[in-house]
Design a protein around this ligand. Structure first.
Ligand SMILES: [Zn+2]
Length: 354
């Protein structure tokens, strides 16, 4: 999803990162509440296991799916939080004696692939990294730029904190925070982004006893190359970030995203493992996001017909009612939708420019 992190959008990048770092470095009490668990296991169907992020962290890191086959495990998406990723890998090794044969990356956002590096370290060179062909371009450019920006921002924050510490050398709490930040920086500097060894353009099927694993691409959508993992025998769909509880549009292609969702709706599934948030047992979010994109495109085209400029178009939107289906009563969802929903309409305006 790539929220609240560098390049959540070009307009918000600096602000969000600054806030994010500030919350880690300056406002987090040292002996705070016990931290939330890294993930919670759920098994929506036999052999399909999901490390679901706790609700409070659902927008900042992705769910990870483990497809357990007779002889091997296949992972879909890896975390962004490296500490959590290491814990998950240790847990996988302890729970199953089967090897991880493949890691499928649904798209280039770092919260779906940063920890791929650790899967290679933990399971060796037999692990195949699989993804859409476009990842060969987007990972070394866009994903790498995100990682580099993050490293630079951590470095800047640490330098500033060290200056403050030099003026208050007895501030042991600050010294401890700097130490933790330096550990994070070192981990990030050690990450080598993995470009998929195996790629596909439209469809690829992995056959396992009793199960087909279909990797499908319907066109640019949330990013230039989103893979949907469809398990027809289990009637489960692993959807990446295509129709989350609150979709992030910042790197999206709305017209083609709409047709992608319409094609997904023709597949036979009863459960969806989204990139972020709780497992879906119905098509509510698929319908909601389809309706949002259709509405954004319709309103934007109308605005162009009336020759409205972007600011006027955005100012006259009924934002509260547009946000309502996504934000509900949840405070965190309210804050996230306040950023993401207007971004969808901005994107729609720009992408329908005559
Ligand atoms: Zn994403």
């Amino acid at each position: 999803m790539n929220h609240l992190y560098p390049s959540a959008s070009h307009r918000h990048t600096r602000g969000f990162l600054a806030l994010f770092l500030a919350s880690l470095l300056w406002t987090q009490p040292l002996l705070a509440e016990p931290p939330l668990p890294a993930y919670q296991w759920q098994t929506p169907a036999p052999g399909i296991h999901v490390a679901v992020k706790p609700a409070a962290h659902r927008f900042i890191d992705s769910n990870v799916t483990i497809i357990e086959n007779a002889e091997d495990l296949i992972i879909v998406d890896a975390n962004d939080n490296l500490t959590n990723a290491k814990q998950l890998i240790a847990d996988i090794k302890q729970r199953w004696s089967k090897p991880v044969s493949a890691v499928i990356t649904t798209h280039w956002h770092s919260d779906h692939l940063l920890a791929n590096h650790y899967y290679r370290q933990a399971f060796g060179s037999d692990v195949q990294f699989i993804g859409h062909a476009s990842l060969q371009q987007t990972i070394p450019t866009k994903a790498q730029a995100q990682l580099t920006e993050r490293i630079n921002n951590w470095q800047t924050a640490i330098d500033k904190a060290q200056q403050t510490l030099s003026q208050n050398p007895l501030d042991t709490a600050l010294a401890e925070k700097i130490k933790r930040a330096e550990q994070t920086l070192t981990e990030l500097q050690g990450i080598e982004l993995r470009i998929p060894d195996v790629t596909f353009n439209e469809k690829m099927v992995l056959k396992r006893p009793g199960r087909s694993i279909e990797l499908l691409f319907f066109g640019p959508a949330h990013t230039a190359g989103d893979t949907v993992v469809y398990l027809p025998d289990d009637k489960v769909l692993i959807s990446g970030d295509l129709f989350d509880e609150i979709p992030f549009g910042g790197h999206g292609f709305l017209q083609s995203w709409l047709s992608t969702l319409q094609q997904i709706d023709t597949l036979k599934f009863t459960q969806v493992i989204p990139g972020h948030g709780a497992i879906h047992r119905d098509r509510r979010y698929l319908q909601q996001v389809t309706a949002l994109i259709a509405d954004a495109l319709t309103r934007a085209r109308l605005a162009h017909q009336k020759q409205q400029d972007e600011a006027t178009f955005l100012a006259q939107l009924p934002l509260d009612s547009l946000r309502q289906p996504f934000s509900g009563q949840d405070e965190l969802a309210g804050r996230v939708s306040a950023q993401f929903i207007p971004e969808f309409y901005t994107l729609a305006y720009r992408q329908t420019q005559p």
